[in-house]
Every structure is written in C-alpha cells, then in structure tokens.
Design a protein around this ligand. Structure first.
Ligand code: MN
Length: 130
C-alpha cells in the first residue's frame, strides 16, 4: 500500500486531496506547514509527497529543495501543487527546485491519481468503484 504525504495548509484542499487518495486506497499522512511536512517526510518515509507551493512558514519550493538535499528524503518523488495556471518560466522554476512533477489546482481527480500512480510505481486497487 503506497503512502502519500500531503503538505497543504488549506483545510478544504487538504480534506479533498485526502479523500481522493484514500478512496484510491493510498495511505495518507497530512501536514499543514513545511516544518511539520519535512519532519513527517523523514519519519514516515512516504512513497510520494504532494507539496503545496504556498505554505505559511516556507515556500513549498524551498521545502522541496531541503528534501532533495537530504539523503534521507532525496529519492521521494515530490509533486508541486500550484494555485495558479503555469505562466512562462514557472515550470522551470518548479523543476529546478527538485520537484518531479507539478499540478495546477484545481486538478482533475483522475489526473492526480494517474500522476501519483506513475510516481509511486504501483497500481492501486480499482478506483472507479463508486
Ligand atoms: Mn497554501
């Protein structure tokens, strides 16, 4: 069972993302700021991290850079969740920080699940069951 760490300070976004992932049989750990998220990444060793870019205590890209600089967490795929549609140069900025992928919010549930599945390299149980 793949374990996903969601670092997101918006309670509604966090709840929605958690529901989407849990319904697809992922185990979810949540953190509402970068500090807690970095700590969780080291202790939980998730299979992937969904990283909000705008966090209260630290930019999500900065947090990603820290994760990628730490051998204990460097190999964990990070998906940046951006609040806005990509403008020119933003993609390069996100990837330069070490993010493995990004999604613009609001995202389609199926797109998020497809991306997570690609990154964790596992096929979750059937998720089209309503
Ligand atoms: Mn945010």
């Amino acid at each position: 069972m793949a374990h996903i760490l969601v670092i997101e300070d918006n309670p509604a976004n966090l709840k929605l993302t958690r529901v989407i992932l849990e319904r697809a049989n992922y185990i979810v750990t949540a953190a509402e700021n970068a500090h807690d998220g970095l700590a969780a990444a080291r202790t939980v060793k998730p299979d992937a991290i969904l990283m909000d870019i705008q966090l209260p205590d630290m930019d999500g890209l900065q947090a990603t850079s820290l994760l990628k600089a730490d051998p204990a967490t460097a190999s964990i795929p990070v998906v940046a969740l951006t609040a806005f549609a990509m403008k020119g140069g933003e993609e390069a900025h996100i990837l330069a920080a070490g993010c493995d992928a990004y999604m613009s919010k609001p995202f389609r549930y199926a797109d998020l699940l497809d991306l997570v599945e690609q990154l964790v390299g596992t096929s979750s149980l059937p998720r089209n069951v309503s």
